[in-house]
Design a protein around this ligand. Structure first.
Ligand code: ZN
Length: 63
């Protein structure tokens, strides 16, 4: 598993989805991720809404 910085993760994510960083920031935030996925880089892009953030932190947040 390769870990990257939050910045690198966001850059990569935007590139893969053809979004600018501004667009990304309007809809999403990047949170630490501790899921078991093989390709997980230690970060996850989460919809910027309280419910989504809460669910992510409960399932994959650091504990
Ligand atoms: Zn993950």
């Amino acid at each position: 598993m390769d870990t990257v910085t939050k910045d690198e993760f966001e850059k990569q994510y935007c590139k893969n989805s053809g979004m600018s960083k501004e667009e990304y920031d309007q809809h999403s935030i990047t949170l630490p991720c501790q899921c078991e996925a093989d390709d997980c880089q230690g970060w996850a892009s989460v919809t910027n809404k309280p419910l989504f953030i809460k669910i992510h932190n409960e399932l994959y947040g650091s504990r």
